[in-house]
Design a protein around this ligand. Sequence first.
Ligand code: AMP
Length: 109
Amino acid sequence: MTDCIFCQIAAKKLSAKIEYEDQEIIAFDDIAPKAPIHILIIPKKHLESVNHLKAVDSKLVGKLVLAAQKIAKEKKIDRSGYRLVFNTGPDSGQIVPHLHLHLLGGGKL
Ligand code: AMP
C-alpha cells in the first residue's frame, strides 16, 4: 500500500533505524520511544491488524515473535525482561494500520 508509512519503511522509501531484516519482516526503532528500547517488528506484506490475520499468516506471526526474541537477546534485555504488544483497533490506541509488534524494554515498564 503506497500511502502506508510502514509499507514505505519496508520498501526503504522512508528512513528508519533498522534493527533486523529478512525476506518477510523488518524491525526498526520507534520514532517516539516509550521505553529505553522500543522497536517495532512488522511484516513487509501489508496486513492491517491482528483482526485481519488468517490461518495462512500463523507462521509469519511466529516469525515476528521470534525476531523480537532475537533482538531482545542482541540488546541484552532477554534476562532483564521486555514487553511485546500488538495494539489492535481504536480502543488499544493503534494509530498505524499496519500490523506491528512493539518490543519494549531496557528499564522498568
Ligand atoms: P500504535 O499506536 O500501536 O499504532 O503504534 C504505532 C507506533 O509507530 C507509535 O509508537 C509511533 O511512535 C510509531 N511510529 C509512527 N511513525 C513512525 C515512523 N515513521 N518511524 C518509526 N516509528 C513510527
